[in-house]
Design a protein around this ligand. Structure first.
Ligand code: ATP
Ligand code: MG
Ligand code: FE
Length: 344
């Protein structure tokens, strides 16, 4: 099926066009520059930017894909979770298109789409798979047996998301926003074993209750304390070493717990998705440690990890391919749509 997907859950206006597992176009307009001076995404500014970018981005995607809107078999759109006002712009645009074209609409879960996108690069999703979803707002381990029907949460962060930790640590190191890419870059020239930062929820007593859960807020505090202590002592802070050691701590816990879950459940494939999946250390560490256990790791190229329209189109195409009933034309935007609800 030929599907056009619309993503507006945060600050990226993404329009993707796919035919089955083939990506035809992935046009993204971002308002990130407008948020930099606030050190985070400003919802009102993001919504307005989506409204301005919507039509030109749709036109650009259709041009790249070499299709006309009338050719599409279905429209899919992120219905949640995300910023309410931002989601509304995408959902309203999707409804207008679906209604005027007389085509079905699928309101899909942004988080499931972060997982489904991998099929555009590596072909049909292996199912069952263990999905490690690591993004700006979420960090979860999910068991996926049919991505169009739902996911089964095994564990999640009990405080900050992994991406949030990257953003907060980058800010306290004075590296700017968004933090993930800059820490990734800075860490390249640092020593990842220079500082032993804590691995949250890995102590024996924590594992009893939180075997597959994560905690990153203690790590963020540990980094802040370490930097403060150095500064108070008048010592030089090697930012690259701090970045590398922090990144190592995050990746170590993510990979350890994902492998534990996969091995325990007898799942042979791990799929990594979400913005943090573009982290070079996470990709290398996961692939290497999984191989030692006979588990394959699939992670799409970085451009497909951060928010984009292709991921939404990919999940929509899967809905069509597997004969799922479309959403109603009056589907809502649900800012807190649970990860277990794939279709709105
Ligand atoms: P969610 O998907 O939970 O709604 P979101 O859509 O805002 O949140 P994504 O776009 O999936 O999040 O990911 C953005 C996050 O990914 C940011 O926190 C950013 O710092 C992080 N990120 C991006 N690139 C990297 C990288 N190379 N290393 C680590 N983190 C990264
Ligand atoms: Mg973004
Ligand atoms: Fe996202």
């Amino acid at each position: 099926p030929l599907v056009l997907g619309i993503e507006t859950s945060c600050d990226e206006t993404g329009i993707g066009i796919v035919r089955g597992h083939t990506l035809l176009a992935d046009a993204v307009a971002t308002s990130v520059e407008e948020h930099v001076r606030f050190g985070g995404v400003v919802p009102e500014v993001a919504s307005r930017a989506h409204l301005e970018a919507m039509v030109p981005t749709i036109e650009r995607a259709c041009e790249t894909a070499g299709i006309k809107l009338a050719d599409v078999d279905a429209i899919s759109v992120t219905s949640g979770p995300g910023l309410a006002g931002a989601l509304l712009v995408g959902v309203a645009a999707a409804k207008s298109l679906a209604w005027s074209l007389g085509k079905p609409i699928y309101g899909v879960n942004h988080l499931a789409a972060h997982v489904a996108v991998d099929q555009l690069q590596h072909g049909a999703l292996p199912e069952p798979a263990l999905a490690m979803l690591v993004s700006g707002g979420h960090s979860s381990l999910l068991k996926v047996t049919d991505i169009t029907l739902g996911v089964d949460p095994m564990g999640a962060t009990i405080d900050d998301a992994a991406g949030e930790a990257f953003d907060k640590v980058a800010r306290l190191l004075g590296l700017g926003f968004p933090g993930g890419p800059v820490i990734d870059r800075t860490a390249q020239s640092g020593n990842s074993v220079a500082i032993q930062f804590p691995r949250g929820l890995t102590a024996k007593r924590d594992l009893e209750r939180h075997r597959y859960d994560f905690s990153f807020s203690g790590l963020k505090t540990a980094v802040a304390r370490w930097v403060e202590a150095k500064q108070r002592a008048g010592e030089h802070v090697d930012v690259a070493d701090v970045a590398a050691s922090f990144q190592e701590a995050v990746c170590d816990v993510l990979v350890r717990k994902a492998l534990d879950a996969a091995v325990t459940e007898g799942i042979e494939h791990i799929v990594i998705g979400g913005g943090v999946a573009s982290n070079t250390r996470l990709r290398a560490m996961a692939t290497e440690r999984a191989a030692a256990k006979g588990i394959t790791v699939r992670v799409p190229r970085p451009g497909l990890c951060t928010d984009n329209g292709a991921m939404v189109a990919a999940l929509g195409a899967e809905m069509v391919a597997r004969g799922r009933t479309p959403s109603l034309l009056d589907l809502p935007a649900d800012s807190s749509q649970p990860v277990t609800q794939v279709l709105a």
